[in-house]
Design a protein around this ligand. Structure first.
Ligand code: AMP
Length: 297
């Protein structure tokens, strides 16, 4: 089906006006924040927004404040033309493409810190990251107004932090989380997969396989933390240059479980590894999510 290309909005006033106008027409607004280099995971979020909303707007913004000084801000993949084409292939009404100056105008000073949820997992490895994420998303939420905002469970900790943010600040935003979209071998789709050499891409399948192993042990009744996560750590350490963490934790508070714990019926297993200069993350909520590797593959 031929669809019209989305309207491109570049300044915050026209983004706010487009959302306000849509609501004035009686439309429900759906909002999908991204950093671009869009793939099927992002498009799934758009499809999910479209399922309950009449006006769907996607933001594409590589947010400088969520990158550390030694991270990949400068080389993060940017592909505006390709992204607009991909968004035209799903049903997107508007795309917000601000400049850094539009989101961080001279004199702005506010930073948003969501307490506690960023203390473990990725938090210690990316100082300032979640504050940057919470700050930019709070700015977006301030512009978009009453809406449903859709995020991926691939960034599970980010999703938990943004849910908390919307609740704690009484924002008129319903936060929705969408299951991780994966390649056929189970690797979570990610804009950063573009960085991987063929060899690193082949090795990366160790991530979903390790998670799937824990998923199978959990399904067979294993509840001892060390028995669930120990083989995950072994597999990742034997494959990757370094493993930031492979930890179990409470899926709501994001407090890790110690190795000697018996874990509850819903347990987050999250991992982050580095291969070359690329950092990859993945997770599964044991007792809730499907296995990251389809049965029989
Ligand atoms: P990013 O552009 O990486 O900042 O991601 C933008 C949004 O897309 C976030 O809510 C991510 O969690 C989500 N996302 C990224 N990759 C996937 C994926 N493989 N499956 C589902 N959602 C994803």
């Amino acid at each position: 089906m031929l669809r019209s290309p989305p309207t491109v909005l570049r300044d915050s006033a026209s983004f706010r006006a487009a959302c306000d106008d849509a609501r004035a027409r009686g439309a429900r607004v759906g909002f999908v924040p991204t950093m671009g280099a869009l793939h099927e995971g992002h498009l799934e979020l758009v499809t999910r927004a479209r399922a309950t909303c009449d006006f769907v707007v996607v933001s594409i913004f590589v947010n400088p404040t969520q990158f550390g000084p030694n991270e990949d801000f400068a080389r993060y993949p940017r592909d505006e033309a390709g992204d607009l084409e991909r968004l035209a292939s799903v049903s997107t009404d508007a795309v917000f493409l601000p400049t850094p100056d539009a989101m961080y105008p001279a004199g702005e000073r506010t930073r948003v810190h969501v307490g506690g949820l960023g203390d473990h997992f990725c938090g210690p490895f990316r100082p300032g990251h979640f504050e940057g994420v919470a700050t930019i998303v709070a700015k977006f939420f301030g512009l978009v107004g009453q809406a449903t905002a859709v995020f991926g469970r691939k960034d599970y900790q980010q999703l938990a932090i943004l849910r908390r943010l919307a609740t704690d600040l009484f924002l008129p935003i319903t936060v929705v989380g969408v299951p991780t979209v994966r390649e056929s071998d189970g690797l979570a789709k990610s804009s950063r997969n573009r960085y991987l050499t063929a060899e690193a891409r082949a090795e990366a399948v160790a991530i979903p396989r390790a998670l799937a192993g824990a998923h199978a042990r959990f399904a067979a009744g294993e509840r001892h933390a060390a028995a669930l996560v120990g083989p995950v750590r072994d597999a990742l350490r034997s494959t990757f240059d370094s493993v930031d963490y492979a930890d179990l934790g409470d899926p709501d508070t994001l407090v890790p479980f110690p190795d000697e714990a018996r874990v509850p019926p819903r347990t987050l297993l999250a991992v982050a590894v580095r291969t070359g200069t690329t950092r990859l993350i993945d997770n599964v909520v044991l007792g809730e999510d499907r296995s990251p590797v389809p049965e029989g593959s």
